[in-house]
Write a protein of this length. Structure first.
Length: 230
C-alpha cells in the first residue's frame, strides 16, 4: 500500500500564511462588495416618491375631515349625584357647515389607566366564557358581590341578592363608563344613532350572557359598551 497517498493534513497552527501570495489569500477569504451607488440612488428616489404620494393622500383626507369636540364635564359635573341615581344633562351646540358623509359620534376619556395591574387582574373571564363563578372571589376580590358592586336590580328588573356573586364582578365592571348620549336637531327631533357592532367582533363572539335574571348588565347589548373594557 502506498502510504504517501494517506498523509495526515497539517494542523492549522503549522500552516505558514506568510508565504501565501495575495491571489491565494483572495481565494481563501470572501470579499465584501458594497452595493452599487446607482442602485442605492434608485431605491432612495423610489422611496421618496412613495412617501410623497402617501403623505399627499393622507393630508388631503385629513383636511376633508370635520371634527367637533364638546366638553360636557364642566357643564354637567355640578349636576352629578354620586349614587346609582341617573341624571340628565342637556348641552346645546351648533354645526356651522353641512356634513354630507357618515357622521361618527364617540366619547373620549383622559387619565383612564386601563393598563393598570389592579385593573387588569380584577376580572373573572370564566364568568363570561365558561359560565362558572368558582374563581370569582379570588379574582374580583373587593368587588365580588352585588352589595360590593352596589347593584340591586337585574337586567330583567328582578331584585338581586346582595350576597350573591355579581355578574360581572371586579374593578373593570365596577368602574366601566356608563354615560349614554342622545342627539336632537334644532326642532327637537331625535337623531337616530346606529349603535350596532361598535365593539370588537372577537369579544362579541367570546363573551355571552349567562342569566339575565342574575346579571346587572346585558353583555350582548352594544349600547352599554361593557365588552369594550375587557
Amino acid at each position: 500500500m502506498d502510504e504517501s497517498r494517506y498523509q495526515k493534513p497539517y494542523p492549522l497552527s503549522t500552516l505558514d500564511y506568510t508565504n501565501l501570495t495575495e491571489n491565494q489569500k483572495q481565494k481563501n477569504l470572501n470579499k465584501w462588495q458594497p452595493p452599487k451607488l446607482e442602485l442605492i440612488s434608485i431605491l432612495f428616489i423610489l422611496a421618496g416618491i412613495y412617501s410623497l404620494v402617501v403623505g399627499f393622500i393622507s393630508k388631503s383626507l385629513s383636511q376633508d375631515v370635520t371634527e367637533l369636540q364638546i366638553k360636557y364635564g364642566p357643564q354637567c359635573l355640578n349636576q352629578i349625584d354620586y349614587t346609582q341615581n341617573s341624571i340628565e344633562c342637556t348641552l346645546e351646540f351648533e354645526i356651522d357647515q353641512k356634513i354630507d358623509k357618515t357622521v361618527y359620534f364617540y366619547y373620549q376619556m383622559k387619565e383612564f389607566n386601563q393598563n393598570h395591574k389592579l385593573y387588569l387582574e380584577s376580572f373573572d373571564e370564566d364568568q363570561l366564557t365558561d359560565k362558572t363563578t368558582k374563581n370569582s372571589k379570588d379574582r374580583c376580590k373587593q368587588f365580588t358581590t352585588n352589595k360590593q358592586m352596589e347593584k340591586t336590580t337585574s337586567v330583567n328588573g328582578k331584585q338581586l341578592n346582595a350576597d350573591d356573586i355579581a355578574i360581572p364582578c371586579g374593578i373593570r365592571a365596577k368602574f366601566y363608563f356608563q354615560d349614554t348620549f342622545q342627539l336632537f336637531d334644532s326642532e327637537g327631533n331625535q337623531i337616530e344613532i346606529d349603535e350596532s357592532n361598535i365593539s370588537w367582533e372577537y369579544d362579541r363572539k367570546r363573551y355571552k350572557n349567562i342569566d339575565l335574571d342574575k346579571q346587572w348588565v346585558d353583555l350582548e347589548n352594544d349600547e352599554y359598551n361593557f365588552i369594550q373594557y375587557e
